[in-house]
Structure formats: C-alpha cells, structure tokens
Design a protein around this ligand. Structure first.
Ligand code: AMP
Ligand code: MN
Ligand code: MN
Ligand code: MN
Length: 284
C-alpha cells in the first residue's frame, strides 16, 4: 500500500503565507498532496475558500488553525484539526487573539522605531493586507528596505528575544486553546515541538499537561524542526499516549524551511492522528 501524502500544517495570506487559500491548495495539488489542512495563525477565514478548491481537485480537506499560546512563560503553537469552523466559541476566541496581535504590532513598531527604523507598522501592514500583522510581515518589509539580506536574517537581527523589534506578549493559555478546539469538535496537536528547545525535563512535563487538558496529538514530523528529533518525539508521543501528526509548516517558496508535501513516513509504532478521521483512515 502506498502511503498517502498528508500535510496537516501550512499557511496562506489569511495569516503569514504567500499564497491565497485557493492558490495554496492548487500548489498542494501540484505537489501531489492528498490530504491537506490549512492552519493559519489564529484565523480560520481561509477554510471555506480552501475547501471549495480542494473538493474540486479531489484533495481531502481538513479544517485547521494554529493558535499561539503561553505556557510557563514560553510561546508555543497548538494546531487544531478537524473542528467545526462555525463554532462560535472558537471564532470569538480567535478574534480576541487577533486583536491582541494588533497591539503587539504597535509595540514591535515602537521598538524598531527606537532602533531608527521608522514606518514599519504601515510597512508590515502592506504585507499582511487584511489579516493580522505577524513578525513575518515586519521581516518582509525590513528585507525590502535593505535592513538585512532576507527574512531569516531579519528575524535574527531584529525580531527575536533581546532584539529591538521583539516584544513579550501574553497569548492565550494552553488550557483555553485546547478547550476551544476540543469544544468545536476538533483535535488539539502540539505544533513543531522541536522548535521549543525545552530540554529533557520540560518536554515530558508539557506532554503530561497537554494530555491532561485533553490534547490528543503532537507533530512528530514537521518541516520546521530538525529530522534528527523525529525519534525523540515519536517516543514521547507513545509514552504519553499522544497521536502523531505531520506537516510541512509551508509558508511559501523562499520563506519556508521545507517544501510542501515532502514529509517522510511516520516512524513505526506511531499511531497517526488521521486514524481518528474515517474519511482519511480509509485511504490507507
Ligand atoms: P508571530 O506569530 O507573529 O510571532 O510570527 C511567528 C512566525 O514567524 C512563524 O510562524 C514563522 O512563520 C515565522 N518565523 C519565526 N521564526 C522565524 C525565522 N527564524 N525565520 C523565518 N521565519 C520565522
Ligand atoms: Mn508563520
Ligand atoms: Mn508555528
Ligand atoms: Mn505554522
């Protein structure tokens, strides 16, 4: 049996991706993706648009979102999958997070202004268009203005802890994010665990807390974590009874770490999260 190409984490212009929801799905199709979740940051406005194209191209579409949370003073990302996108609680909560992003963006611009970079809020908004402003939009503007050679270099120089455009921000708490997703009928998943650099004591603590709150999965494979970490997270998933998810975290050519649809197979022994979804499970 051939393993289907499943990509459960990517972004469109609704948050900080380069492609519209429609173009993103067409792009996924060109990369032979068979099951796709669109997971924009704190926003589910792109889901209906993406689903329409996915249906016409024969791609199985899964509703998704990536929610920023604060856990023990750290920022983590929680992916929600396969929820009801009409759920009022989820929609209202995401709206509140986006409003928080607006005031955060003002603070980022202030910090950059102190470093002599003026006009960055308007500049970032010209990239975010109608969506909430994120650090990538500042990075795109600063790159265009020649403050660093590319988006990655801008993050390093301006937008990470200790740098002039970094602000501490209190996101939703882990418990709230998991409960919004779960109450909307979806599955909560820890996104790109390898990005958090937490060490061998805190990782198990996170898994335990998350599981206790009703979280069900973790991204064992992620385009934004080092493949050498795969087995560590596969083992943690098994130890804590969490299911395995996988996604490219694709944002667009040139600003992503990994290409869409180029996900390896899950390690043996992992239980895939899509076994919970009959429409995908039956593909295998
Ligand atoms: P925000 O949610 O506004 O804090 O922005 C986080 C987003 O910035 C992530 O989802 C990535 O898309 C992007 N990002 C974070 N770190 C980097 C980096 N070092 N290089 C490029 N993009 C990054
Ligand atoms: Mn992003
Ligand atoms: Mn993320
Ligand atoms: Mn992401």
């Amino acid at each position: 049996m051939i393993t289907p190409i499943i990509d459960l984490h990517c972004h469109s212009t609704i948050s900080d991706g380069l492609f519209s929801p429609e173009d993103l799905v067409r792009y996924a199709h060109s990369k032979n993706v068979q099951v796709l979740a669109l997971t924009d940051h704190d926003d589910i406005d792109g889901l209906e648009r993406a689903k329409g194209i996915a249906n016409s191209l024969g791609i199985i579409f899964i509703n998704g979102v990536e929610i920023s949370v604060t856990w023990r003073k750290r920022t983590l990302h929680i992916v929600g999958l396969n929820f009801n996108s009409d759920d009022k609680g989820l929609n209202d909560s995401l709206k509140a997070i986006r409003e928080g992003r607006d005031s955060r963006a003002e603070k980022i611009a202030h910090g950059l202004g102190m470093a002599g970079i003026m006009g960055s809020l308007e500049g970032a908004r010209s990239y975010s268009k109608d969506g909430a402003v994120g650090r990538i939009h500042f990075a795109q503007y600063l790159t265009k203005k020649g403050h660093a050679k590319d988006v990655k270099a801008v993050f390093k120089k301006f937008l990470t802890p200790g740098k002039p455009g970094y602000v501490e921000h209190l996101w939703a708490d882990l418990e709230s994010a998991v409960s919004w997703i779960t109450k909307a009928g979806g599955d909560a998943v820890i996104a790109h665990p390898g990005r958090y650099d937490m060490g061998s004591k805190l990782y198990p603590q996170l898994m335990e807390d998350f599981r206790g709150l009703g979280g069900v999965g973790i991204e064992v494979l992620s385009g934004s974590q080092d493949p050498s970490q795969t087995n560590y997270f596969a083992n943690l998933a098994n130890e804590f009874g969490l299911l395995a998810s996988c996604g490219s975290d694709f944002h667009g050519p040139g600003i992503s770490f990994r290409q869409m649809g180029q996900i390896q197979k899950l390690p043996q022994g992992c239980e895939p999260i899509w076994n919970r979804w009959p429409v995908v499970k039956d593909l295998n």
